[in-house]
Ligand binder design. Structure first.
Ligand SMILES: [Fe+2]
Ligand SMILES: [Fe+2]
Length: 335
């Protein structure tokens, strides 16, 4: 669809906890980045959000995110809104990032992503050709499948999921998720990231049956709640980052859909650069807090504890929450 080409270089055998400088060819400026530490002896911090776009609010939140000096940033789908059709939008998103996502020491902030519906022409298909711009840049982690995990030392594992955009939620992906979570259930921080939320804050989670000649509307997150939530419950996932609904939300800690002190915390819902009004009724009785503000979340990992600070694009702290290590042995049937 364009004449542009992507050139890439893979750097191997880098030392952990080290700052590196590089340039591209002989005439570029010198860029710097740092690698993640081997051990989590000091606080690890990262930011997360989703649904970015290329408007002013997105750039303002980039600036705010970079000011937190995170080790990296997670974008949980709906990056630029290129819809698999617009190279201009895809490039504008990357340009904004490269200009603004630089920390106070002048280092580039790495981006970790999962796929959303606006990376894909049509939003939901099995054809990788429908996500040309996303896969051109991010298929390093997603060469065959659009889900994967990133392990950092013995302290952090990020599980990046595809909520039905190129891969169905159930089936192979859920089997892989179960194996992946089982192998990491004793890690202090195994965190999951997906685009469409299990517990939506703007859309209707239950759906509407067909009536008076009107078509039925599917509930949002039904597939997540059927296939993924039982695994999050079973394998001690303490935190799930969700997006797509363009609000701020924090749920109660949930096991089997109900409040439980040993439950899973769901944070979202993707308002880095796009906003909507939260749904007034809380059909599943799961929300603690929702708002229609732009936001990103700063996460701080300290030992086995986690602190989550939601802040808007002006830097105002909107919400502070904490998630600790979940206790072993809580299975869904006992929840
Ligand atoms: Fe979105
Ligand atoms: Fe979306």
């Amino acid at each position: 669809m364009t004449d542009f080409q992507v050139f890439r270089a893979e750097l191997t055998c880098l030392a952990p906890g080290t700052e590196y400088a590089f340039r591209i060819g002989k005439s570029s400026g010198v860029y710097r980045f740092r690698t993640m530490p081997k051990k989590a002896n000091d606080t690890i911090s990262f930011v997360s959000g989703g649904d970015v776009g290329i408007q002013a609010a997105a750039v303002a939140n980039n600036v705010m995110a970079a000011r937190q000096n995170p080790h990296f940033a997670i974008v949980g789908g709906d990056l630029g809104y290129d819809n698999g059709r617009s190279v201009e939008i895809s490039l504008a998103f990357i340009r904004n990032w490269s200009k603004t996502m630089i920390d106070s020491e002048g280092r580039l902030i790495p981006m970790v992503t999962c796929i959303g519906n606006h990376e894909v022409n049509g939003g939901y298909t099995s054809d990788r050709g429908k996500a040309p711009f996303y896969l051109a840049l991010f298929d390093g982690l997603f060469p065959d499948k659009t889900f994967n995990m990133l392990d950092f030392g013995d302290y952090l594992s990020l599980v990046l999921l595809d909520s039905g955009h190129l891969t169905p939620i159930g089936g192979d992906q859920s089997c892989w998720l179960e194996k992946t979570l089982l192998a990491r259930q004793d890690l202090p921080h195994t965190l999951c990231v997906n685009h469409v939320p299990a517990y939506p804050s703007h859309r209707n989670p239950l759906g509407v049956p067909a009536k008076d000649g009107k078509k039925a509307v599917n509930g949002t997150g039904i597939e997540n709640r059927k296939h993924w939530v039982p695994l999050f419950d079973k394998y001690r996932v303490p935190l799930v980052l969700e997006h797509h609904d363009h609000t701020f939300k924090r749920t109660k800690p949930l096991l089997n859909g109900m409040q439980h002190e040993n439950g899973v915390l769901y944070l979202g819902d993707g308002s880095w650069g796009k906003i909507r009004i939260p749904r007034p009724q809380d059909d599943l009785d799961v929300m603690v807090k929702t708002s229609s503000e732009y936001h990103i979340t700063l996460h701080k990992l300290q030992g086995r504890e986690r602190f989550h600070l939601a802040m808007n694009e002006k830097g105002k702290i909107m919400d502070v929450s904490h998630s600790g290590q979940r206790k072993q042995g809580i299975f869904r049937t006992q929840g």
